[in-house]
Design a protein around this ligand. Structure first.
Ligand code: PEP
Length: 242
């Protein structure tokens, strides 16, 4: 089955980053393109700069967050409509860094996912347990309730959504959960989202572990932070065998 591989550049990248997109386009073989859809979510400031190179490389672009309103008196915010206008087709919502740094809760994440859908974007809804929940054996319960609350009403646009399971203790740490843990949590998410919603895994995915992770049942793709910044590293993940 085709996998969805999404890069999250977080707060990294200045003008000139076009060359990473162009390089990625050069690295992607026809076989890679057959086996995976590739999305890059740069900072909002770069979307407009990358549009042409991304189209030429056959890569879609996404935002990393959006406001729940389309416009208005919300200083410093970016709406889903603005992301779409700048060339995005996707939008990450509820990333653990947004939940931690900005106190975003799952009800707000759902509103953001619905705002993305209204703007014609496909939301990528992130869920994942904190280290203390993991240690206490509460991961399945915590993630289950996060996705139940954050799941959008897709009837509002006829669009679709994607989920990403990102255990907070695995994001940016180099620690990857046991395959049995990933399998159990993805099965729990599947119960809520149904058979047609892709479920990505995120958290310290690299070229050398990607093939194994992407072979786990109910893992339909991956959300990649650090290893998506350099075209060569990102391509190693996309071209992994699963
Ligand atoms: C992320 O930021 O979504 C992520 C998974 O980061 P990393 O790949 O660096 O762990």
């Amino acid at each position: 089955m085709r996998r969805l591989i999404v890069g999250n550049w977080k707060m990294n990248g200045l003008r000139g980053a076009e060359k990473e997109i162009t390089r990625l386009g050069e690295l992607l073989t026809p076989d890679d393109r057959k086996r995976a859809d590739v999305v890059v979510c740069p900072p909002a400031t770069l979307l407009g700069c990358l549009v042409e190179e991304a189209a030429a490389a056959g890569i879609e672009l996404g935002g990393q967050n959006c406001h729940i309103r389309p416009s208005g008196a919300h200083t410093g915010e970016v709406s889903a409509e603005m992301l779409a206008d700048a060339g995005a087709k996707w939008c990450i919502v509820g990333h653990s860094e947004r939940r931690q740094d900005h106190g975003e809760r799952s009800a707000l994440v759902r509103a953001k996912a619905e705002a993305a859908l209204r703007a014609g974007l496909t939301p990528i809804i992130c869920v994942g347990e904190k280290p203390e929940d993991h240690e206490a054996g509460r991961a399945e319960a915590v993630v289950g309730s996060q996705i139940e609350v954050a799941m959008p009403n897709i009837g509002i646009s006829g669009g679709r959504f994607v989920t990403a399971y990102e255990p907070i203790w695995a994001v940016g740490t180099g620690v990857v959960p046991r395959p049995s843990h990933i399998e159990a949590i993805h099965a729990r998410i599947r119960k809520t989202v149904g058979p047609d919603t892709p479920i990505l895994y995120g958290g310290s995915v690299k070229g050398k572990n990607a093939g194994g992770i992407l072979s786990i049942p109910n893992v339909d793709g991956a959300l990649i932070g650090g290893a998506s910044l350099k075209a060569e590293d990102f391509h190693e993940i996309i071209s992994a065998r699963w």
